[in-house]
Design a protein around this ligand. Structure first.
Ligand SMILES: [Zn+2]
Length: 319
């Protein structure tokens, strides 16, 4: 269990041991906080045969759960782009059957926001029927996309973002050297930051941003910067954060920088002036929006990004 989950895990566990958890729970919070692991551990505790000491780790149910083969646990939504009505109907059928081990049944719907409208409505029907000893656990990083009627039927549990110090301590225990900036570009998620650091993406970020701010002196780097930026949508987010820092620096706002390891770079960009930084920031935001999937007409990402970089380069040459 991740250390930052303790504030949510303890009351949940108490609820299991005292038998006063709801029949439908929603575990929500940002992606990359281990909500899936929390749900799985909760399922183990609910199915444990020694309720007052759940999860005991020793009973038959706990052993089956450790092996991932407990027949009273049903998980939906781990794969695929959406969760359809068939999967939810099957879940309803399984939940209505009696428990094989006689200690209740648990269903987990991971990425619950991926339920189609028909699936969500079918789930509502399931929730209206007497639940018996069945518990439904919805897990979502986009809970705002769930039907309000569905949310209102669930006991809600929010997994909060860990404090920066907690996240950094945990990351260092995993053997990576993490910085507040690395955490910041991953929206504070320790698990995403770990993946990011292990993939070597932090070095890439530092190289990319260093080259970006020297485009004025080294225009020949433009093609390389452009191809680095096109590799992943998140690379544009790095630039956006740097622009925000530059704006903050330029305005003399005394607040922590998002990328405190790119102080020189944001100071350099700050010289462009608030007006120009604001324009560049808005144009970049617009560009990022148009690059999102499902935005209708196809567009040439390379061309638009090239134009934006050209604007930046001009600004850096003439400020
Ligand atoms: Zn047990």
């Amino acid at each position: 269990m991740y250390s930052w989950l303790t504030p949510v895990w303890q009351p949940l566990l108490q609820g299991v041991r005292e038998g006063r958890l709801g029949h439908a729970l929603l575990i929500k919070g940002m992606a990359g906080l281990g909500k899936g692991e929390l749900a799985a551990e909760l399922a183990t505790a609910l199915l444990c045969q020694h309720t007052s000491n759940a999860p005991c780790g020793m009973c038959h149910a706990c052993e089956l759960n450790a092996a991932g083969s407990h027949s009273d646990l049903h998980v939906v939504g781990r794969e695929g782009r959406s969760i359809g009505i068939d999967a939810i109907r099957e879940l309803g059928r399984i939940m209505s059957e009696s428990a094989r081990l006689g200690h209740g049944k648990v269903a987990i719907i991971e990425r619950a926001e991926l339920m189609t409208e028909a699936a969500a409505n079918a789930l509502l029907k399931t929730l209206e029927e007497p639940a018996g000893q069945a518990t439904l656990i919805l897990v979502s990083s986009r809970a705002e996309r769930l039907l309000p009627t569905l949310i209102s039927r669930c006991q809600q549990w929010l997994v909060p973002l860990p404090a920066t110090a907690t996240a950094l301590t945990w990351l260092n225990e995993q053997g990576v050297s993490a910085t507040a900036a690395a955490l910041s570009v991953n929206q504070g998620s320790p698990l995403q930051t770990l993946e990011y650091l292990r993939a070597g993406a932090d070095d890439k970020r530092l190289t990319l941003l260093a080259e970006l701010v020297t485009l004025g002196e080294s225009p020949s780097h433009l093609a390389r910067v452009q191809s680095m930026l096109l590799e992943q949508p998140v690379h544009l987010v790095w630039v956006q954060l740097l622009l925000q820092d530059a704006l903050q620096t330029g305005l003399g706002v005394n607040a922590p920088l998002r990328l405190d390891d790119c102080r020189d770079q944001s100071a350099r960009l700050a010289r462009l002036g608030a007006m120009r930084l604001h324009e560049l920031g808005s144009a970049l935001l617009e560009l990022r929006r148009s690059l999102q999937p499902g935005q209708g007409r196809p567009m040439n990402a390379g061309l638009q990004l090239g134009q934006w970089l050209h604007r930046l380069q001009q600004a850096l040459t003439h400020y």
